[in-house]
Design a binder for this molecule. Structure first.
Ligand code: IMP
Ligand code: MG
Length: 180
């Protein structure tokens, strides 16, 4: 069976994703002209989005990546484990974090704090999907692609058990896939 046969329905088409990347890229270009920001993608989910987004930014930028896992040790205290740190020194720099989706807001909250503690001049976020849920942390995401309802989505960087990141669109899996 082909990978695409695991998809029950398409939520966000390739065309819509492409429109989001174009619009967000132009906004970033407008806001950061002359500032040479560091755009930090969060691995691995950011990858297709980061790649398409940066091609739509026409001003000077620098790119970097972080790989973090976020876990909650006790009830409300978030911790991040840094698996891959940024190569740039972010002190005094304008930073934009790029990720596939914001759900509880925990990951973004922790990373923003981490980068600000290191002395970043400004930290904003560019997130393709905003999940329509009550956030654990209210975060002002400056650049948002589009919203999705509270269901588990895959494709275009988003995985289920490390698969489906390579789909060109975003969709919902068939129920039987979870029951395999
Ligand atoms: P948060 O820390 O709860 O905001 O979650 C953000 C991270 O959880 C994202 O970067 C994704 O890796 C993962 N995630 C949240 N919702 C989904 C989903 O619907 N599909 C796949 N991954 C998800
Ligand atoms: Mg992720």
């Amino acid at each position: 069976m082909a990978m695409v046969d695991d998809i029950e329905r398409v939520l966000i088409s390739k065309e819509t994703i492409s429109e989001c990347c174009e619009r967000m890229g132009k906004q970033i270009e407008h806001d950061y002209e002359g500032k040479n920001p560091i755009i930090i993608g969060l691995l691995k989910g950011c990858e297709p989005f980061m790649s398409d987004l940066v091609k739509n930014i026409g001003c000077y930028i620098r790119t970097d990546y972080m790989d973090v896992s976020s876990y909650v040790g006790t009830e409300s205290i978030g911790h991040i484990i840094i698996k891959k740190d940024v190569d740039f020194d972010v002190k005094g720099q304008d930073v934009i974090i790029v990720d596939d989706i914001i759900d509880s807001g925990q990951t973004l909250h922790d990373i923003i704090k981490f980068l600000k503690d290191r002395g970043a001049k400004s930290v904003e976020a560019a997130i393709l999907l905003s999940k329509n849920v009550a956030r654990k942390h209210e975060i002002d995401v400056k650049y948002v692609g589009t919203t999705v309802e509270n269901e588990f989505v895959v494709g275009y960087g988003l995985d289920y058990n490390e698969s489906y990141r390579n789909l060109g669109f975003i969709g919902v899996l068939k129920k039987e896939v979870y029951e395999k």
